[in-house]
Write a protein that binds this ligand. Structure first.
Ligand code: ATP
Length: 247
């Protein structure tokens, strides 16, 4: 079952003649991890922000769990979580204080809040540091806190812009594995953007390559590598984006 159906989505900023996102369509099924890759300015963040109901759509629509982003944005917001690439947290709070505060926005039931917080503490892998002020955290620690906040309610669809940005190799590996487990064991769906081809190859069930607002090619990492007879996704990406080779 499709959790997300993107239908001919377009975005034109202001009076710009260029479409930042130009008529793209794709779908993400339940329990599936879909990654958008593309060069700087390709339109990934614009796409994620439109689907997250944060940016007005110029034309087309996105259907999330059966709800239209244009017609039922409040219903869509109940099914999603969105983590921007440069998100911050309240520096004066402790990690645990922040998680409790955020959990309180999603529920008024103390048991449910506690369950959300426990889930987040576990996924953050911050251990005792969860009790420290966020102002004392490294960039990677903040990212892990924010990620665990994003998935603590186990929403139908998690939209993560540059999920592992700022994380070292070990922490990035942990987060990738966490995303895979949540998708394949809990049935959560993910829409990710990334510049890291290795990450995309490891984590994604499906990949879409964007360039200049267009969705150029789409497929499983394996299928794309076969189509392009390429050893890795990086080579596929280069041929699509640099040489405009559409197979
Ligand atoms: P990156 O990998 O660098 O984050 P991206 O693929 O996420 O890039 P977007 O941020 O979606 O790309 O940008 C797509 C296009 O839209 C770019 O040409 C960018 O300059 C333009 N753009 C983005 N935000 C705005 C804005 N607020 N006003 C005008 N143009 C914008």
């Amino acid at each position: 079952m499709a959790i997300l159906e993107v239908q001919n989505l377009k975005k034109q900023y202001g009076k710009s003649k260029v479409f930042a996102v130009n008529d793209i369509s794709f779908s993400v099924n339940e329990g599936e991890i879909f990654a958008l890759i593309g060069s700087n300015g390709a339109g990934k963040t614009t796409t994620l922000r439109m689907i997250s109901t944060l940016l007005q759509i110029s034309s087309g629509d996105a259907i999330v769990n059966g709800f239209s982003v244009i017609k039922q944005p409040e219903k869509v917001r109940e099914c999603i979580t969105y983590l921007p690439d440069e998100a911050g947290a309240y520096k004066n709070m402790t990690g645990i204080g922040y998680l409790k505060f955020m959990a309180g926005m999603f529920s008024t039931d103390s048991n449910t809040i506690d369950q959300y917080v426990q889930t987040a503490i576990k996924t953050s892998t911050l251990g005792e540091r969860i009790n420290d002020k966020i102002s004392t955290y490294s960039r990677g620690m903040i990212r892990k806190l924010l990620l665990s906040r994003a998935i603590m309610t186990k929403p139908k669809l998690a939209i993560l812009d540059e999920a592992t940005s700022g994380l070292d190799v070990i922490n990035a590996l942990e987060i990738r594995q966490m995303i895979k487990d949540l998708a394949h064991n809990d049935g959560m769906s993910f829409l990710l953007s990334s510049h890291n081809m290795l990450e995309i190859e490891f984590v994604s069930d499906k990949v879409g390559i964007m360039a200049h607002g267009n969705l150029m090619v789409m497929g499983t990492p394996k299928n794309l590598k076969q189509r392009y007879n390429a050893p890795n996704l990086e080579e596929v990406f280069e041929r699509v984006v640099k040489h405009n080779e559409i197979l």
